[in-house]
Design a protein around this ligand. Structure first.
Ligand SMILES: C[S@@+](CC[C@H](N)C(=O)[O-])C[C@H]1O[C@@H](n2cnc3c(N)ncnc32)[C@H](O)[C@@H]1O
Length: 204
């Protein structure tokens, strides 16, 4: 994995501009319902493709990332009328995540696993605390068969450990990808859990 290089994520995010919205988020919105008057988090938003899509669907979005340049680019390119005022961006470090705004939808695409193991538990508590009653969580977590698992960077969980993160939530989707594929940095083995879950309670 190449994220020891501080410019890695900036270069990754700059190459994302033309890809489609991640299917996990598209699926999550079928469970979460409509955006107007409701709040979403996009944690590790990168180029902001999912943030933009949430804005287009009427959500108020807090977009969070460590990469200031990617957040600047997102702020520059969000169309103003009726949209910009619903976007907040913040630089955060997953290894020292502050208290997050309460949200009806907490989305994080391929970002939470880049938390160091020593900080993963505290990060996950912040994520769970942010979820409003009835709110929907949609995230990717990396598994321990992943070829980056021995890179010394990030957190890689066995399936049972991953499922225990969801205790008390209603699991709506739990897909396991365990196969060879491509990454920005080249070919690799992907072991990824695609998760959608709901916090019990009435949604707003
Ligand atoms: C693989 S990219 C995913 C970006 C976007 N969500 C997507 O699906 O394309 C990982 C993102 O996590 C961010 N990131 C990596 N480590 C981080 C950390 N410690 N704190 C906050 N963000 C981090 C990177 O800047 C990058 O934007």
């Amino acid at each position: 994995m190449a994220d020891h290089d501080p410019s890695h994520w900036n270069r990754y995010n700059a190459k994302q501009a033309r890809r489609a919205v991640r299917p996990l988020l598209v699926d999550a919105l079928t469970h979460a319902g409509g955006g107007p008057g409701r709040v979403a988090l996009d944690i590790g938003c990168g180029a902001g493709i999912e943030t933009r899509w949430l804005l287009e669907n009427g959500w108020t979005v807090h977009a969070l990332d460590a990469d200031q340049q990617s957040l600047d680019a997102l702020n520059r390119t969000v169309a103003p009328a009726g949209t910009r005022e619903r976007l907040r961006t913040s630089v955060v470090d997953l290894n020292d995540l502050p208290c997050l705004p309460t949200a009806d939808l907490v989305y994080s695409g391929y970002a939470l696993p880049f938390t160091d193991p020593a900080h993963f538990g505290a990060m996950w508590r912040r994520v769970r605390e942010a979820l409003a009653p009835g709110g929907v969580l949609a995230v990717n977590v990396f598994g321990d068969h992943d070829s980056w698992a021995n890179s010394g960077t990030g957190t890689f969980l066995a399936e049972a450990q991953c499922l225990s993160l969801l205790d008390g939530l209603q699991i709506l989707r739990f897909d396991v990808e365990d196969e060879d594929g491509m990454a920005f940095s080249g070919p690799k083995h992907w072991h990824v859990f695609d998760i959608i879950a709901r916090r019990p309670g009435p949604s707003s």
